[in-house]
Design a protein around this ligand. Structure first.
Ligand SMILES: O=C(O)CCC(=O)C(=O)O
Length: 286
């Protein structure tokens, strides 16, 4: 039988994570932490929601043309043949520029994203450096937040419900955070993000072997990754947690706890893009 881990509460700690591997806002007495005392009223509200509900929503002052600027930058990178990682969720593999441009030209329904392209694309680097994003990272992750992964989604991922924590091989997996920024309006038609409130506390953890909560094999096609996704589906049904589809306007930011289950709804209108910036941020030191 799988080890049972109540995420975010003592049993989770007992199931594999030491308190220092948790986010500071999940540790006993966290509201006495100086970081809570010095947080702004908006940050406090976010921290309380993250602790209780596993997510919150806020808004950034975002330039309207940000997504278009990134698109212009990747088209330029494609023309120059710059090496950038392009992952396609719908094909389940990586693409090169030639294949991507060909499929886009043929209007093939294709979900894809650029991974860690902020070093090649200045427009993307500027988005990551957005002062309000950086302020949230500093508040939520603490000193030296580390950007583990930066994804620029062109269309929705249609990802099955999952939490990000089991995929993050960092010493403090509980300190992982997902920052999901809408670069254009997102809704059910273009494959919105969906969130399962309270799942960070109410779902039992997946035993990836020896009581570990981290997947040894994160390849989406691996038997273990599939077993994890099946486990999440069964747990959501057991706990009767309904998804909340995030209908977002450009500039809205959703912050997700490491253990909060989320995914992407099926795309019904493939003519639309659903451009978003998704940052996985964590702490390397415990
Ligand atoms: O944007 C989406 O559709 C889902 C993103 C997601 O699940 C992730 O990046 O972990």
């Amino acid at each position: 039988m799988n080890a049972v881990a109540e995420i975010g509460a003592q049993p989770w700690v007992g199931a594999g994570l030491r308190p220092e591997q948790l986010a500071w806002y999940d540790r006993p007495g966290w509201q006495s932490d100086p970081r809570f005392a010095t947080a702004t009223a908006e940050q406090r509200a976010g921290l309380l929601a993250l602790h209780e509900q596993g997510w919150f929503k806020t808004r950034l002052n975002l330039l309207q043309h940000s997504a278009d600027a990134v698109d212009a930058a990747w088209r330029e990178a494609a023309a120059q043949g710059l090496s950038v990682q392009i992952d396609s969720d719908s094909l389940g593999r990586s693409l090169d520029w030639a294949e991507l441009l060909e499929l886009e030209a043929q209007r093939v329904p294709l979900s894809w994203r650029l991974v860690n392209a902020q070093q090649q694309l200045l427009a993307l680097a500027e988005l990551v450096a957005h002062p309000q994003l950086q302020a949230w990272m500093a508040c939520l992750v603490g000193a030296e937040p580390q950007l583990l992964k930066c994804s620029y989604f062109y269309r929705g991922s249609q990802a099955r419900p999952h939490a990000d924590m089991p995929y993050a091989p960092i010493p403090a997996p509980g300190a992982l955070l997902t920052l999901w920024l809408a670069l254009e309006d997102a809704d059910a038609g273009n494959g919105a993000l969906t969130v399962f409130p309270g799942s960070h506390r109410r779902l039992r953890g997946f035993d990836a072997g020896g009581g570990s909560l981290l997947l040894a094999d994160t390849d989406p096609d691996s038997a273990q990754a599939r077993a994890y996704l099946d486990h999440v589906e069964a747990e959501l049904a057991r706990a009767a947690i309904a998804p909340v589809i995030q209908t977002l306007r450009a500039g809205q930011l959703v912050v997700l706890h490491a253990a909060t289950v989320h995914g992407g709804v099926p795309i019904t209108d493939w003519q639309r893009t659903r451009r978003s910036l998704v940052l996985h941020v964590g702490r390397q030191t415990v």
